[in-house]
Design a binder for this molecule. Sequence first.
Ligand code: MV4
Length: 511
Amino acid sequence: MFKKMFKKILIANRGEIAVRVLRACHEMGIAAVVVYSDVDRAALHVRKADEAYPIGAAAASESYLNIGKILDVAKRSGADAIHPGYGFLSENAKFAQACVDAGVKFIGPTAAAMDAMGSKTRARQAMERAGVPFVPGTSRGVESFEQAEEVAARIGYPVMLKAAAGGGGKGMRLVHAADELKSALEGARSEAERSFGDREVYIEKAIVNPRHIEMQVLADEHGNTVYLGERECSLQRRHQKVLEEAPSPIVDADMRRRMGEVAVRVAQAARYTNAGTVEFLVDQQKNLYFLEMNTRLQVEHPVTELITGLDLVHLQIRIAAGEKLPFEQEDVYIRGHAIECRIYAEDPDNNYFPSPGKITLLLAPSGPGIRRDSGMYEGWSVPIDYDPLLAKLIGYGTDREQAISRLTRALSEYFVGGIKTNISLFRRILRDADFRAAKLDTGFLDRMLKEPDDRVVDARAAEVAAIAAGMFAALGSRGAAAGERTADGSSQAIDKAESNWKSVSRREALR
Ligand code: MV4
């Protein structure tokens, strides 16, 4: 049946994703309404929106997480639909339902689909029905230590304890041997209680040094579900993705089809609609195990957009407006390679602590194959109150090598003055031999960050050389004045050597 396209969409988010979504709205001739907290008054999404409504104090509970305030703005602004972005209320089933009750279309799955995938154990039970491979273990929380002991012995150590209501690694415990199980179980239960108010802990066979590979799925409201290729998300630090790429260097066409068909089965089992992502762990033998489903548009969606040529936000809006998918699975074609760097306001020299403050200078890269999804601008002050993601820098190329070379070039052009950022981390990752050889797993970044950075070592060595050269020059000239000579009797040799040395070391020190 014919469905009217939205005239006005409220974006219940902030930062780069709010800018990204409002751009799609404007490209589709849809007005964009945004909300902002007190500290976001001058934020980029406020400046670019057609209408902007203040919704309260910086604390997310007073603003971006406040369902009542956001729905009140939807009503006052006459918004037809709400896009939640990622984070905040994007996976909150109560919010999705509140939108329906308020007669505003939620651009995402239904509350029921969210609920089906929200609890890890419910998700696993749904997978069992869908015949989806997942890590051997329990699909319900363990009732007792004795039961945990029996399961661990059956599946074999190492095992992983996980909070049923958890995610992102919270409440997880890796247990290598039986004598560690009791204390680990107690620890996991109390952390689950503290973090999620739910002590349910289940137990799985631990996959050692897995890759994290996720499959993008898209489903309309007419029963059509497709997969759009996978993303390699193994480069994480403390369960926070740092760099993502598509396609995964280890996934071939056959594996992609297998993962895609499983992901579609998962989405259909959950009666899923709109954009979603099915996460897998992949072991060293390329066996894949269902991990969890994310019921939102993900931060890293641009790498999938670049290799498929599809705009996921346009498609989300069209699906929510009741349109059928404008293509079939066989029309999805993957071309080229994309790599995304998450640019954070963090200080790499101070344990990546947030680095808020005013951006006094911003030199941003562009050029062939470079996409920048940014929420910052020169003169803007980065608030301390939210996730410090400033922008995403994505490099696209015909193949992985070209994507790396373009991203390397773009990073050399990127400068953010006034605050610290993690830009230098990406320069290091992209020149790392294991990264360039695509030897990736979820432990990669921890291993790389434990090693001294050869470039820093070189720079320090160059600094010492520059100081030595300077001292040598000073002593040399005083020595020459006092009649000292080099081995060949002329002071020119020292002058010549030190002048080359000085210029080289100064160049090194500035790299
Ligand atoms: C695992 C695992 C190994 N074996 N489950 C981390 C958070 C959540 N997404 C699931 N995670 C893991 N589950 C089993 N049975 C290793 C991880 C894991 C991980 C997974 C994906 C991305 C980064 C990770 C970092 C550490 C551990």
